[in-house]
Design a protein around this ligand. Structure first.
Ligand code: TRH
Length: 383
């Protein structure tokens, strides 16, 4: 049997979990579905270990899920033959000794710069372009994840929809998931997963949900929106396994789980608030209504990104559904308590229709080649 091709992924975490989250999903898919020998070089192993519990937080060289995970630090040396492909995630830069060794190689690895996901139209023309390295005789290829066939696509594992649908039919597994959060069974009423950045609009929504007619169960990962929770509960923030009830609202705090368990939570909620990049994509695959909190950027660049995505998602939507969705997403992203509370009722009413659109959107998106599969094909042609 021919030896596996070797791919090295380099990741430096800017903040939070998205950079590590995307790299980990990509690494797993490359190894599990494409038989590649993958090494993930990462500067903050502890952040990755939050959702890959097999990893030691301070380990320098270890393995999990068939991936070699190495700490990327100042002591970096080239101590192994160069890989066939190098992924530089989110333009994090390669260590100089590594890039220099690539420049000296008779056949340097294919060098891919994996960019951030965007629905903006300019991505189509920028995806897949080469660029000469400013200092070294090397070419880098720019990979832009996106939502059209001209882009680099989004991460999607084989069999994802089947796994999702099987889970949804498994009442026992679903009930176990809720019991682990301290809830006796699958909650009735509206089930919400809430993964967001700090947002002053949140307490106003908690009020609306608590005072409404419908029972609402809202699950937040531990540490998320901590100050808003603190304020709303008067310091009595719920702990994992010990939900808090006020009016019609049950608030449950979930410990950090691995990515597969996080996916299962999204699959079993009626509404998913998501953020950043990776959870944003997973909410689309969950096929439920979702509200995106893009990573805040200077000059409201994140709102431009959000608008570009909404514009794609809305195509063909009835006006009332589109308007309610837009109003709620914008209010949520404006951190505006009154606007979010005002926009909620119409959004809630149109949510089933919004959900049907998300399902159709996900089905269409899944017809495009997935990010990992596209990358493998692209690199095969350049090896
Ligand atoms: O954590 P994020 O906000 O990540 C980011 C970073 O801020 C990054 O700098 C920015 O550039 C990028 O977004 C756009 O959100 P995201 O992308 O959704 O990543 C969260 C990851 O954490 C995702 O892979 C899912 C995972 N996760 C779990 O595996 N288990 C959990 O319990 C939770 C809450 C998350």
């Amino acid at each position: 049997m021919a030896p596996s091709l070797r791919w090295d992924v380099f990741c430096r975490i800017v903040d939070n979990f998205g950079d590590a989250g995307v790299c980990w999903r990509l690494a797993r898919q490359l190894a599990h579905e494409h038989g590649l020998a993958v090494t993930l070089w990462i500067d903050d192993v502890a952040s990755l270990a939050r959702f890959v519990p097999e990893l030691a937080r301070d380990g320098a060289d270890q393995a999990a899920a068939g991936i070699r995970v190495r700490r990327l630090d100042a002591a970096f040396t080239v101590d192994a033959p160069l890989p066939d492909v190098v992924i530089e995630a989110f333009g994090c830069g390669l260590p100089d000794p590594f890039a220099d060794a690539m420049a000296r190689a008779a056949r340097p690895p294919v060098w891919i710069v994996l960019e951030y996901l965007s629905a903006e139209p300019w991505i189509d023309a920028s995806h897949g372009l080469p660029s000469r390295h400013p200092r070294l005789p090397l070419t880098r290829w720019f990979w832009f994840p996106g939502f059209t066939p001209k882009t680099g696509g989004v991460l999607r594992e084989q069999g994802l929809f089947a796994a999702r649908d099987t889970f949804r039919e498994d009442r026992g597994a679903r009930a176990r998931q809720w019991r682990a959060l301290g809830l006796a069974n699958i909650p009735s009423g509206l089930r919400i997963s809430l993964f967001c950045y700090a947002n002053p609009a949140l307490p106003a929504l908690f009020d609306v949900w608590a005072e409404g007619e419908e029972p609402v169960t809202c699950v937040l990962p531990e540490g998320v929106a901590r100050s808003e929770l603190d304020r709303w509960t008067g310091g009595a923030v719920p702990h994992p396994g010990q939900p808090l009830t006020r009016g019609r609202l049950v608030l449950a705090v979930a410990p950090f789980v691995d990515q597969d368990a996080f996916d299962r939570r999204l699959w079993d909620c009626d509404l998913n608030f998501v953020r950043g990049e990776d959870s944003f994509v997973r909410a689309q695959w969950a096929g439920q209504p979702f509200v995106w909190h893009p990573y805040p950027q200077d000059e409201d660049a994140h709102l431009t990104k959000m608008d570009a995505f909404l514009t794609r998602l809305e195509s063909g939507m009835p006006e009332a559904v589109r308007d309610a969705q837009r109003a709620f997403w914008y209010a949520w992203n404006a951190d505006d308590p009154a606007a979010a509370a005002d926009a909620w009722p119409a959004y809630r009413t149109t949510m089933p229709d919004a959900g049907a659109f998300v399902r159709g959107w996900a089905r269409d998106l899944a017809r495009q080649s997935d990010l990992a599969g596209g990358l493998v094909k692209f690199c095969e042609n350049r090896l």
